[in-house]
Structures are given as structure tokens and as C-alpha cells.
Design a protein around this ligand. Structure first.
Ligand SMILES: O=C(O)[C@H](O)[C@@H](O)[C@H](O)[C@H](O)COP(=O)(O)O
Length: 260
């Protein structure tokens, strides 16, 4: 378990730009070292804000887009053409503007796809796809993700793992169907904490006053069932990327003065 590191930026816009620059460097380094990189995207305003910042970054094409594997941490289980899909929003923010290898873009199933409206079957299919992509050197049934990004909900949810619901309690499966999610839509697909914790690095994105309470709870030793963000950590690094508003309820001792 890697102890959370915190970086606090002046505001949401700067946090998105800085996180995008950080991701470019991470992917470029991974591709230089291993020939390819693997990143897990997240939905929501902060996740999409990072992708949009990346799309407009002058360093964007330092990434070899043809050697990047993209996965998702969660998905709203809605029809393919529903604008609410994280995949759809990621395409609009960045993916449609860069030359990805379509075989390396692993969208989660939609509710009008091969598994129909059965979210549990769709989740099992994505788990199988992850297992298929994992090798003997990987941890558990998922490939070693270089960076797994997560937005943080005001209730401390990450991906579609919500406080006290079954998904956050899952210890075996890597992907689960989520029913009755408090954040609409109610039916979702999500990586579980074991899958999240297989990542080399986990980056949690939290900007805005509405995340201040969640950040304070998650970083003050709360349990992962009550505060799923507290259970999201990487094997080598756990990085919280915040803006000053989201950090406003954290003890000052938790982050170095230089980053604020
Ligand atoms: O499907 C989703 O809604 C997201 O994956 C979800 O986990 C999101 O990241 C958080 O709810 C934070 O969302 P905001 O960044 O919009 O606050």
C-alpha cells in the first residue's frame, strides 16, 4: 500500500492542466521503458477536464497514441449512443482527436450491446477481457496499469464504488455490476478495489469545494467501506491531485506548502 502523496494546485483549471502534463510524461516514460503504456480513464467533470486539457496540450503528441492501451474504471450502463457514457464523453474530450489503435481502446459494454441489459454479465465480460490482457508478471487478473485515474465523488465514491454498497466490499472479482447507485444512472459497471489496487499508480482527482469534505474524510483514516476513496491506492504510488478548494478542509500538515 503506497502512502498518499498530495499536490494542491491553485484552481480546477490549473489542476487539470498540470495533471494532463503529468500524464503525458508518465505515458512517454512508460513507452520509452516498455514499448507501450496502459492507462485507466475515469468519468466525471475532473476526469474529462483532464482529457480536454491533454487534447490542447502542446506536448500531446509526444505520446505514441498507437501504443497506448486505454481501459475504464467505470461506466454508466446505458445504451451505446447515450451521451452520458463515460466512453462517449472521453471521445469528445480527447480520443477522437488522436490516432489511437482501436484494438487497444477497451470500452466497457453498453446496455444495448452483446449482454443486453444484464449489467452483471457485461461486468463479467469486461473482467474476462482484463484477464485476457494480463500476463504472468501482472497482479491478479488485470494487466499492470501504469496509471489508473479516479474522480472522487462528494460522498467519497471512486469509479462506481459507493459507500456501504456491495461493490466496495468485493474482494475477489475485478469488475462488478452496480445496481441502485446514488449517482445517476443507477446501473453501472465498475472495477473493484482489488482491480484498482493492481495499478502501479493510482491518481485521485478532486477539484472544487464540493470535494473538500470527501478529501478530508478519505485522507483522515476512514475505512474503505465508508469512504471508498480511502481504499484506492496503487502498488507504487497513490497521488491525490487537488485544487485549493478541495484541499480546504485538509490538515495543513498533509501537503507541502510549495504546492499550494
Ligand atoms: O461515472 C462517473 O460518474 C465517474 O466515473 C465518477 O466516479 C466520477 O469520477 C465522480 O463522481 C466524480 O465526478 P466529478 O469529477 O464530475 O465530480
Amino acid at each position: 500500500m503506497s502512502t498518499p502523496q498530495l499536490v494542491v494546485h491553485r484552481d480546477k483549471e490549473l489542476m487539470a492542466q498540470a495533471a494532463a502534463a503529468r500524464l503525458i510524461t508518465k505515458v512517454v516514460d512508460a513507452q520509452a521503458a516498455r514499448g507501450s503504456a496502459s492507462v485507466v480513464l475515469t468519468g466525471g467533470r475532473n476526469g474529462n477536464g483532464l482529457l480536454a486539457a491533454l487534447a490542447s496540450s502542446p506536448a500531446r503528441d509526444a505520446i505514441d497514441w498507437s501504443r497506448l492501451d486505454l481501459w475504464w474504471g467505470d461506466e454508466r450502463f446505458v445504451p451505446e449512443d447515450d451521451p452520458e457514457r463515460n466512453y462517449t464523453q472521453a471521445r469528445a474530450a480527447l480520443l477522437d482527436a488522436v490516432p489511437l489503435d482501436p484494438k487497444r481502446v477497451h470500452a466497457m459494454p453498453a446496455s444495448d450491446g452483446a449482454h443486453g441489459t444484464d449489467a452483471d454479465a457485461a461486468a463479467a465480460a469486461y473482467a474476462a477481457e482484463l484477464a485476457e490482457a494480463s500476463g504472468p508478471e501482472d497482479h491478479g487478473q488485470v494487466p499492470t496499469f501504469d496509471v489508473l485515474m479516479l474522480g472522487v465523488g462528494p460522498d467519497t465514491h471512486v469509479a462506481s464504488l459507493f459507500p456501504e454498497l456491495p461493490g466496495v466490499r468485493e474482494t475477489e472479482r475485478t469488475v462488478v455490476g452496480v445496481h441502485g447507485a446514488p449517482k445517476p444512472p443507477p446501473t453501472r459497471i465498475s472495477l473493484t478495489l482489488p482491480a484498482i489496487r493492481a495499478a502501479r499508480e493510482v491518481w485521485l482527482l478532486a477539484a472544487g469545494e464540493d470535494k473538500a469534505h470527501a478529501a478530508a474524510i478519505a485522507l483522515s483514516g476512514a475505512g474503505e467501506v465508508q469512504a471508498p476513496a480511502a481504499g484506492a491506492y496503487g502498488r507504487a504510488r497513490t497521488l491525490w491531485l487537488l485544487d485549493a478548494a478541495a484541499a480546504s478542509r485538509l490538515p495543513r500538515s498533509l501537503y507541502p506548502p510549495a504546492s499550494a
